[in-house]
Design a protein around this ligand. Structure first.
Ligand SMILES: *[C@@H]1O[C@H](CO)[C@@H](O)[C@H](O)[C@H]1NC(C)=O
Ligand SMILES: *[C@@H]1O[C@H](CO)[C@@H](O)[C@H](O)[C@H]1NC(C)=O
Ligand SMILES: *[C@@H]1O[C@H](CO)[C@@H](O)[C@H](O)[C@H]1NC(C)=O
Ligand SMILES: *[C@@H]1O[C@H](CO)[C@@H](O)[C@H](O)[C@H]1NC(C)=O
Ligand SMILES: *[C@@H]1O[C@H](CO)[C@@H](O)[C@H](O)[C@H]1NC(C)=O
Ligand SMILES: *[C@@H]1O[C@H](CO)[C@@H](O)[C@H](O)[C@H]1NC(C)=O
Length: 502
């Protein structure tokens, strides 16, 4: 559990500032030139202190500063109190080309509205826990050309607006899956540059599942990746989709062969003298008769709107007459209910965005049978029937065999009673299961889900029998017998309900 890092209260400092302003500062307000730190160049709200060999940050920064340029200096530390006053209007802070090796975890408390932060070409080695979490409005963060080897998993937490994160030319050896996996954490991140680091392995399966607009901005070239066919498939697919991260750096996408110890282009791994990977084929969506299929329009540009879908037989969606099994969902995906063999073919999705218009093709394959053949259905029905019959037999055993035995074992009844109640509560779980299973049965696409449910019922019946031998030897009142009868009847009814759709 991580606790959001809190900035120390700045109340005292604000009061001090007010007093200062009242005491001596008012006269200064007129000339903004007086606000400019020595040697710096100031133009209204821009303060430029670049290339001055500064070892410390000037303290008297005007409150209205919007852009502060401290690049190409000799700064080594960014302390919590680098600006004693709050800079509420600062949106760009340039600290590139310094010697920064230390950044206080409270360094950004006084600049809450920062949108652009350049920390590139410094000597940062570690990104600590929640380091940037104060920067909830930050959109661009440049950290390239540092010596970052260690990144806490929470370093970028709570940066809800972060769009671009540059981490290239560092010493990172682990792919930071947390930055792309949990979309809720960095919902706007569309560019993550991890090129020229020390990453050897990639979570290929997880990367495949990312939306195309995220892959489009995921730069991974110039890493010492180890070759395998998963890598080949991943990048060939990205290249086929014309994603910038791969198209623009095709030559730098290399990997090292495990035995030969030499680097080869990822795109040559299909050749016989390297790994002989099988040729890449565009993935085809497969479905079965009667299923519901959702085709996503996986566009390269984030937030592009789906304008139109065209089906294999040239029908356009969304269309005016809404009498169809196909609908375009609010997120742009095309949904086909009760898939038929005629729905097989290539679907085309047209999208529009500010940057460019995109056309996507999705091949759909429909198998000429349902996902669960008649054999499966029969099996399920058979199991249910056996379960039903067993329940009835058990009820009969309880009703007609119990009284005799309890006469012989009257002494044990007291000790046994708590056990009885446990057993009967176990048995009473049976009716709870059945409505759920029956509910699932309603949807054709979830036939698979209901299979195991019935398996459980079958097991339950076995349990009934197993535990039944125990309690049946104890005293059970008429009331319990009635309950048992009801339970049996209930399971029988539920079983029949389950059976009926077939
Ligand atoms: C930068 O700082 C280091 C030590 O802090 C000092 O040795 C060096 O001379 C400084 N360089 C400049 C250009 O001031
Ligand atoms: C490469 O794979 C193909 C098909 O999988 C096979 O026929 C061929 O012999 C393989 N070549 C080498 C050199 O392993
Ligand atoms: C609407 O769908 C029904 C059933 O699929 C069909 O019989 C009917 O002709 C359709 N109407 C139009 C206008 O397409
Ligand atoms: C769109 O919504 C459908 C249903 O809610 C969902 O299955 C699909 O994955 C969504 N598509 C995208 C791209 O989020
Ligand atoms: C995208 O398509 C629309 C309509 O077809 C057109 O008006 C627009 O200019 C196109 N935009 C680009 C960037 O090509
Ligand atoms: C689907 O398969 C059945 C036999 O299993 C066949 O009679 C029918 O013509 C097939 N339908 C299509 C559209 O291929």
């Amino acid at each position: 559990m991580l606790i959001r890092r809190l900035c120390p209260s700045s109340c005292g400092k604000v009061w001090l500032l007010v007093l200062l302003l009242l005491g001596c500062g008012l006269a200064r307000e007129g000339g903004s030139i007086l606000n400019c730190p020595p040697k710096c160049v100031c133009a209204s709200n821009i303060i430029s202190c670049s290339k001055l060999g500064l070892g410390v940050i000037p303290t008297k920064l005007p409150r209205f500063t919007a852009i502060l340029d401290l690049s190409h200096n000799n700064l080594t530390r960014l302390r919590a109190d680098w600006t004693p006053t709050r800079l509420p209007h600062l949106h760009s802070l340039l600290l590139n080309h310094n010697a920064l090796g230390f950044i206080s975890t409270e360094a950004f408390c006084h600049v809450p509205h920062l949108r652009y932060l350049d920390l590139s070409s410094n000597s940062i080695k570690v990104l600590e826990e929640l380091l940037f979490s104060q920067l909830q409005e930050l959109e661009v963060l440049l950290l390239y050309n540092n010596q970052i080897a260690q990144m806490d998993r929470s370093a970028f937490d709570d940066m809800a607006r972060l769009q671009k994160l540059y981490l290239s030319q560092n010493q990172i050896s682990r792919f930071p899956m947390e930055l792309v996996k949990d979309r809720a954490k960095l919902p706007d991140l569309a560019l993550l540059d991890l090129s020229a680091n020390k990453i050897k392995g990639l979570p290929v399966a997880a990367l495949k599942g990312l939306p195309a607009w995220m892959k489009n901005g995921l730069y991974l070239h110039s890493n010492p990746l180890s070759c395998d066919c998963g890598l080949y498939e991943l990048f060939t697919h990205w290249h086929a989709r014309q994603l910038s991260s791969v198209v623009d750096f095709r030559e730098e996408l290399v990997c090292s062969l495990p035995l030969a110890k030499r680097s080869v282009s990822v795109f040559t791994l299909n050749s016989q003298d390297s790994l002989n990977c099988s040729e890449f084929k565009e993935h085809m969506l497969e479905t079965y008769l009667g299923d519901t299929l959702t085709i996503n329009c996986d566009t390269k540009v984030r937030g592009a709107t789906t304008r139109e879908w065209v089906t294999p037989n040239n029908r356009r969606f969304p269309e005016e007459t809404a009498n169809s099994t196909m609908t375009v969902l609010s997120n742009g995906s095309l949904q086909i209910r009760l898939v038929r063999v005629e729905d097989m073919g290539t679907y085309t999705c047209y999208t529009v965005s500010q940057a460019f218009n995109e056309t996507l093709y999705v091949d759909v394959m429909v198998h000429n049978f349902t996902q669960h053949g008649p054999h499966d259905t029969l099996n399920t029905a058979y199991t249910t029937l056996v379960g039903c019959i067993l329940s009835v037999i058990l009820v009969l055993i309880y009703l007609y065999l119990t009284p005799c035995r309890c006469c012989c074992r009257g002494n044990e009844k007291l000790a046994a009673q708590p056990e009885d109640s446990i057993n009967s509560s176990m048995l009473s779980t049976t009716p709870n299961h059945n409505p759920e299973a029956a509910g699932r049965k309603g949807s054709l696409s979830h036939l698979a889900a209901s299979g195991p449910m019935q398996g459980q019922n079958g097991k339950q019946v076995d349990e009934d029998r197993g535990t039944g031998a125990g309690p049946s030897s104890e005293v059970m009142g008429l009331h319990t017998h009635g309950t048992m009868l009801l339970l049996g009847a209930a399971s029988c009814c539920a079983a029949l309900i389950l059976l009926s759709p077939q």
